[in-house]
Design a protein around this ligand. Structure first.
Ligand SMILES: [Cu+2]
Length: 150
């Protein structure tokens, strides 16, 4: 009887250790909804959008983006100057611990220059570089529209 009891106690202890379905806390830099806009006919320049959240414990900065499909990628902010929309290149964008940066049409965005895509290419890699955090490479969907990110 004693043996049975101890076996039961053991299995109960094991049950207590079973991981719950609770989602573990997020870590690192998380990028979602990444899109590179299909370049318009004949153009080699296009825009890219994504959402970036800093789940690290450190205030950080996005200091550059690279892509194998573009000769150069710049970070741009959209600003109103004298009632006209204009774009300004950013070399660094601060992102505090816990903060989210949203790259979207008419806001912060990526500009990709000298873009070369295969005819049937559906996605492209983007590598984000940070002041502190390690580089993060994500796959961005190549899409005509960004409506689903609104
Ligand atoms: Cu721009």
């Amino acid at each position: 009887m004693k043996k049975v009891l101890s076996a039961l106690t053991l299995s109960l202890a094991l049950l207590a250790c079973t991981p719950t379905t609770e989602v573990p806390p997020k870590k690192g830099m998380e990028i979602s909804s990444a899109i590179v806009r299909t370049p318009m006919g004949g153009q080699t320049m296009t825009a890219g959008y994504f959402q970036l959240t800093n789940y690290t414990k450190l205030d950080d900065a996005l200091i550059g983006v690279e892509s194998p499909v573009a000769a150069r990628v710049e970070m741009h902010a959209t600003e109103m100057v004298d009632g006209r929309m204009s774009m300004r290149k950013k070399v660094s964008l601060d992102i505090k611990a816990g903060d989210t940066l949203e790259f979207k049409p008419k806001g912060l965005h990526l500009m990709l220059f000298d873009v070369a895509l295969q005819a049937d290419q559906k996605d492209a890699a983007l590598t984000l570089k940070f002041k502190h955090a390690p580089d993060v490479t994500i796959i961005a969907e190549i899409a005509d529209t960004v409506s689903h990110t609104k």
